[in-house]
Write a protein of this length. Sequence first.
Length: 598
Amino acid sequence: MERVELFDMIELDRRTWMRLAGAVGFLRSLEVEMEAAQEPARPQRPPEPPQRVTAEMLHQALQLIGLEFPPEQEKMMLPSVNRNLASYEAVRKMTIPLNTEPMFRFDPRLPGEKYPVPGPSRFFLSRKALAPKTRGSKTVEDLAFLTVTELAPLVRTRQVSSTDLTKMYLERLKKYSPKLLCVITMMEEQALAQARRADAEIKAGRYRGPLHGIPCGVKDLFATKGVPTTWGAEPYRDQVFDFDATVVEKLDKAGAVLLAKLSMGALAQGGLWFNGMTKTPWNIERTSSGSSAGSASATAAGLVGFALGTETLGSIVSPSTACGVTGLRPTFGRVSRYGAMALSWTMDKVGPICRSAEDCALVLRAIAGPDGKDKTVIPAPFDWLPDSPLAKLKVGYIKADFDRMQGQRKEVYDAALAVFAKLGVKMEPVSVSEMLNVPAWMIIGAEGAAQFDELTRSGGVNQLRGQAPSDWPNTFRTSRLIPAVEYIQTQRARGILMRQMHELMSKYDVIVSTSGQILTITNLTGHPQVVVPCGFTAGFQRREQGQQQAPAENGVRDNPAGLLFTARLFEEGKALRLAHAFQQATQWHTMHPKMDWA
């Protein structure tokens, strides 16, 4: 009996304990629910976005850029690739004005190397330029092909007025530009007002310098307040800015007279713009090349006293060569690009196209220097010492460039090299063949595609007249597939090339060449180049559109050849000095097209 009661009591206690434990559990769950009700709801992880990029698409995309990863790694990549796609689309919805630069900039100076420091420039005109000038019995029309150094003394001494010069050039623009297609917008009213102002200032003794009263033109990618800036492209035909580009302001400050906005290949490529192909005045069956097509053509045709152009990869050198004029591509960072259409933020340069090397020095002096707007501009002195001894220059020449010439071109370039021997210039053969072959097209393509991203996505590029595989529309579309990693790697390789070029130029003041590999190298490294006419070869005419060029039947020598001079960073004056000496010893820069086709 006692044992049964004991077991009954144990069972009772167990049932009581279980009931109590259940009650405690209920109260605890109730407490948790009350706490949860008082706390804010915890954010839930958003669901993964729809897999718009499939595994197969990712695999094919990797093949497209020459990469291959194991299947498990591609599978791991897939969610991130899809999430990134949403980020790309978010960026595309942002409004980024065309004049917005990326938050990085190129500097041609290498760390640890010495370069010219800010300070006064040494600038002197040549003895020939300083010699007294008399107009004689020449008509105003006869002055059309004079250099700035020849025109300036006549204007300063009031032997010819800026107004008369301006009217003469305006009439020539109207007469010849319709066939050359070198002008986009005339600025007649404004030009005449500037000319009258120049005449009044000079009469009052307020002479501003050699560009005062000299008529000029600028490539139509420089902003001009209240005047269309079309970039040579159909989508921008009606584009008007409410400010002037820095170089336009500086030319106005120097007293120059702006006659016209000159043609350029659409969005700075080639010579084709929305009204047609710009021609060289030596043979209107041929393009003047580009993209500073109108600047070179108008200068060669005597339609302006000088002009401004830009270069990213040959756009001053190439048209200057095709038109037989003198072009200067300054050091990257020498001239402000504020108000100029950007194509490649790390490669674009602004420079003059003139009829002589000394003219280029005069114009560069006027437009160079910081403006507080383009942060790539580097303050550095510009020395122009045109009568300094040539014997002090250490000169090299790229032998391979001249060795590969054949026929008439070999005759022309052999004769050009012989000029230096007569001048007593000793030239050492140099080679650039071992330098790193950095793909400049990748930099220009990526940066240009970014600049005109919205135009590409909206289909605006389809309006451009040029739609060939080599034209911008296809390039911009293709460049969307350049991986960011490859773009950055190319910029890193560019640094190696800069070091190689620095080591070469440490041995020479100037290197003479043709427009071969050195043209691409220097556009990547930022070194300055000057091109001058050095002779002519038999011209060419195009039989029918789409066919190859064939020699002209009359064999007329109307195809100018160009000689290039490369200098160290910020030492444009030395390249100009040797080019000036070449021009003083030859007559090529004084020869002008007959223009009997008008």
